[in-house]
Design a protein around this ligand. Structure first.
Ligand SMILES: Nc1ncnc2c1ncn2[C@@H]1O[C@H](COP(=O)(O)OP(=O)(O)O)[C@@H](O)[C@H]1O
Ligand SMILES: O=C(O)C1=C[C@@H](OP(=O)(O)O)[C@@H](O)[C@H](O)C1
Ligand SMILES: [Mg+2]
Length: 158
């Protein structure tokens, strides 16, 4: 969270002239409410189930750039579906992630102590992200535009 997946994904899609989708947006559309409300009213397991279905649907039907929520790849079935896709890991450091997510409003997993939650999630998830990524891009001290440029350069080189 806060790595810039939604922001940078949209920029990369615009520069390539292809479609853009974000799994959180599809989940919100299907549920008819924001992610934060799904967590509070239905629980994380319900969110993960909607997320798994949304990602599976998007990987089959959406052509272009897809941004996932930060926890989507914790699901083994989702990881399998991503095999063969050009997965990009946007790496973000603890301090920068905390700065970007602010109070964590809209990101229910960060409520409470944002810094300690971000640290815990980075520690748990970084090996998963590294294992899946074809390309890893550092995002600290770079604008979203610079991150998008780096992804495009790397994906377009042979
Ligand atoms: N490289 C960057 N540098 C500074 N701010 C950024 C960068 N990428 C994204 N942001 C900002 O950080 C916040 C979180 O970005 P977002 O795209 O929602 O991240 P994610 O989808 O990975 O959680 C947004 O306010 C966005 O404008
Ligand atoms: O990391 C996570 O588990 C989550 C990340 C969020 O998306 P972003 O990574 O786009 O903020 C959103 O899917 C939900 O709040 C859970
Ligand atoms: Mg996002």
């Amino acid at each position: 969270m806060g790595a810039g997946k939604t922001t940078v994904g949209r920029l990369v899609a615009a520069r390539l002239g292809v479609g853009f989708a974000d799994s959180d947006h599809v989940v919100e559309e299907r549920a008819g409410k924001p992610v934060a409300d799904i967590f509070v009213e239905d629980g994380e397991a319900a969110f993960r189930s909607l997320e798994r279905d949304a990602v599976a649907w998007l990987l089959e039907h959406h052509d272009g750039v897809l941004s996932l929520g930060g926890g989507a790849v914790l699901d083994p079935a989702t990881r399998e579906l991503l095999a063969g896709h050009r997965v990009v890991f946007l790496r973000v450091g603890l301090a920068e992630a905390v700065k970007r997510v602010g109070l964590g409003v809209g990101r229910p997993l960060l409520l409470g102590n944002v810094r300690s939650r971000v640290k815990q999630l980075l520690d748990e998830r970084t090996p998963v992200y590294q294992g899946l990524a074809r390309l890893t891009v550092e995002t600290d001290e770079r604008t979203a535009e610079q991150v998008a440029d780096e992804i495009l350069a790397a994906l377009q080189s042979p």
